[in-house]
Design a protein around this ligand. Structure first.
Ligand SMILES: Cc1cc2nc3c(=O)[nH]c(=O)nc-3n(C[C@H](O)[C@H](O)[C@H](O)COP(=O)(O)OP(=O)(O)OC[C@H]3O[C@@H](n4cnc5c(N)ncnc54)[C@H](O)[C@@H]3O)c2cc1C
Ligand SMILES: *[C@@H]1O[C@H](CO)[C@@H](O)[C@H](O)[C@H]1NC(C)=O
Ligand SMILES: *[C@@H]1O[C@H](CO)[C@@H](O)[C@H](O)[C@H]1NC(C)=O
Ligand SMILES: *[C@@H]1O[C@H](CO)[C@@H](O)[C@H](O)[C@H]1NC(C)=O
Ligand SMILES: *[C@@H]1O[C@H](CO)[C@@H](O)[C@H](O)[C@H]1NC(C)=O
Length: 530
């Protein structure tokens, strides 16, 4: 227990009978949560779901990663309106109940559910209102991108949203957001014109360029720090009738793949000038009987311009075609993602560099070779997303965001790397977390050695141990974010009660990460590794 209290000082206060409390039961006085669930069910009877009810189980089983499903909140609440959210927030803070917030449930570490607390499920906040004449769309956070694109398509409009159909609007925008339209229009959050949100004291605010502009700016990388966003008003763009794209996949071989990677780098650099095509490179490996290693390129030309293959090898798959954006997005949901699994992701940002990518792949094989024999259903991917100049500068005319400065520090074109590891058995969590941490640290140090490292840690791809705010936001901008937080969450209630997401370090008496220690204050998830 001693170690636990050191790691999680808040927990020490909350645990009154600590010595009898196993790790994965509520880490707060049980009465307060019961009070919250009872008060909420009395006021909003049809919106509160208790364990065992069909709706509770449905919500628990529609998260992307299985680690979320393991976490059992005392009740789940599904607000249907902004004023429901305001009432719920007031109730939670009044009784000091720990809570979590879930929109699409696609976060890749267990940061949108809370053991023994109250989980708000925003699925019913699913407004989609296209305002053609204003060139915007109003989106409830609980929408998935497939519904958004489908609703906008009849107007011949689209927006800077996710590339996979099931990802949620809420989490995507609060971490930035990389879209098929990002080369032309920057991150998703660069395109938000107004946020409607509920503050910790229950106040409903609109934050935009002229009303609460500091909060507007900070929300572009807001995560769970400022309030619960109940509506995003986002720029709409003309949807061309056809796009060209799809995937091309090749077997990985030492003779072909390094050339494929170099060609991909050159292409990404030329696309920077053209600002048209966004294509990611993914090196994947899994073992279903035999080992399979596949290099995949995602193509997407919104101007419907086909591009030639980046390899002369015969492809395993080539789905590139003239199609619609909606169809392309649906297609990107690979079948492996359809199986629910345990996941851990790691992200880093580097200058576009072909040898680095190949060397990381070779090293990953060394790390995972033996584990693959023991860990059921293991699959890993190293994905690289080009982030070229046009992508980064697109936020200039939109009031800016808190993370652009760090991306601009490197003058060259960058790639955001995302390493994805998945498996099925909770008994392998510890080994997989350890191995992915090892590969991450090794890759960062290689990038530093080679002078291609950039500090940026992309929030939407990061895991709970990564220092998103400390690295992706410049010192000055981080101070500004802290000030904003001090204004809109005066009592620090969100830092104290809202579990999950990434926290701006600082002003609610929370510990800030020391060397090598987790920055996250997510003390309520089961921690198999402690
Ligand atoms: C299959 C897959 C594909 C992906 N593709 C992309 C991609 O193309 N581009 C990209 O940029 N990212 C992508 N991601 C990453 C994705 O953007 C993040 O996982 C994001 O957090 C998911 O949002 P969500 O609403 O589904 O998640 P949730 O798990 O519901 O929420 C994520 C976090 O945001 C907080 N949050 C959610 N809604 C609100 C709200 N309304 N107010 C305040 N806080 C809120 C939650 O508390 C939680 O901390 C992908 C992820 C997966 C699993
Ligand atoms: C809370 O306490 C009551 C009474 O001690 C107990 O019956 C109940 O199971 C507890 N609930 C949780 C979620 O631990
Ligand atoms: C959308 O575009 C198609 C073809 O480009 C056109 O026929 C149709 O009228 C447009 N719809 C609207 C609502 O503008
Ligand atoms: C900004 O917020 C104010 C105050 O709520 C509101 O009147 C105005 O319409 C908002 N502007 C935009 C662009 O949404
Ligand atoms: C809630 O907090 C906001 C921001 O600090 C403040 O402007 C507002 O007056 C507060 N409302 C109440 C009812 O205290």
């Amino acid at each position: 227990m001693k170690m636990l209290s050191l790691l999680f000082p808040l927990l020490a206060i909350a645990l009154t009978e600590a010595s009898q409390t196993p790790l994965n039961v509520p880490t707060v006085p049980n009465d307060s949560v019961q009070l919250c669930c009872t008060a909420l069910s009395e006021a909003l009877p049809s919106l509160v779901h208790l364990p065992g009810s069909a709706e509770y189980e449905h919500q628990q089983h529609t998260y992307f990663i299985l680690q979320h499903t393991d976490i059992q909140p005392s009740c789940r609440v599904s607000p249907a309106t902004t004023s429901d959210v305001s009432f719920i927030m007031t109730t939670l803070t009044k009784h000091s109940c720990p809570f979590a917030v879930r929109s699409g449930g696609h976060m890749t570490w267990a940061g949108s559910n809370v053991v023994g607390g109250v989980t708000l499920d925003l699925g019913r906040l699913n407004e989609i209102t296209v305002e053609e004449e204003k060139g915007l769309v109003k989106l409830g956070p609980g929408n998935k991108w497939s519904s958004v694109y489908a609703a906008m398509e009849p107007y011949n409009l689209t927006t800077v949203g996710g590339r996979m159909p099931e990802v949620g609007v809420g989490g995507f925008f609060l971490g930035g957001g990389i879209s098929l339209l990002s080369f032309q229009h920057g991150f998703g959050s660069d395109n938000i014109l107004n946020y409607e949100l509920v503050l910790s004291n229950g106040t409903i605010l609109n934050a935009n360029a002229s009303s609460h502009p500091d909060l507007f700016w900070a929300l572009k990388l807001g995560s769970s720090n400022f309030g619960i966003v109940t509506r995003f008003d986002v720029r709409a763009y003309l949807l061309k009738p056809n796009v060209w794209g799809g995937i091309r996949a090749y077997p990985i071989t030492p003779s072909d793949t390094p050339t494929l990677i170099s060609n991909w780098v050159s292409f990404a650099q030329s696309a920077a000038a053209k600002r048209e095509e966004l294509q990611a490179l993914i090196l994947g490996r899994w073992r279903k009987g035999a080992v399979e290693e596949v290099a995949t390129i995602w193509h997407a030309s919104l101007d419907d311009v086909p591009s030639s293959p980046l390899s002369t090898a015969p492809p395993l798959v080539d789905s590139t075609r003239k199609t619609t954006l909606l169809d392309l997005v649906d297609d990107l949901q690979s079948s492996d993602f359809a199986d629910k699994k345990r996941n851990r992701w790691f992200t880093l940002t580097v200058k576009l560099d072909a040898p680095f990518i190949w060397d990381v792949f070779e090293h990953a094989k060394e790390i995972f070779d033996e584990l693959e024999l023991e860990v059921d259903g293991m699959h890993w991917d190293l994905a690289f997303q080009p982030v070229t100049e046009g992508f980064v500068t697109a936020s200039e005319g939109t009031g800016g965001n808190p993370f652009r400065k760090v991306l601009m520090e490197s003058e060259d074109d960058l790639a955001i790397a995302c390493f994805l590891f998945s498996w099925t058995d909770p008994n392998h969590d510890s080994a997989m977390n350890h191995a992915s941490r090892t590969l991450g640290a090794w890759s960062e140090s290689l990038a530093r050695q080679r002078g291609i490292f950039n500090d940026f840690v992309y929030l939407n791809y990061a895991n709970d141990e990564q220092d998103v705010y400390g690295r992706s936001v410049s010192k000055g901008d981080l101070e500004r974010m802290k000030e904003v937080k001090g204004i809109y969450d005066k009592e620090g209630a969100l830092g104290r009660l809202w579990r999950g997401g990434f926290k701006i370090p600082g002003n609610d008496g929370e510990s800030i990460k020391g060397e090598g220690e987790s920055k996250v204050h997510y003390e309520s998830a089961p921690r198999s590794e402690l």
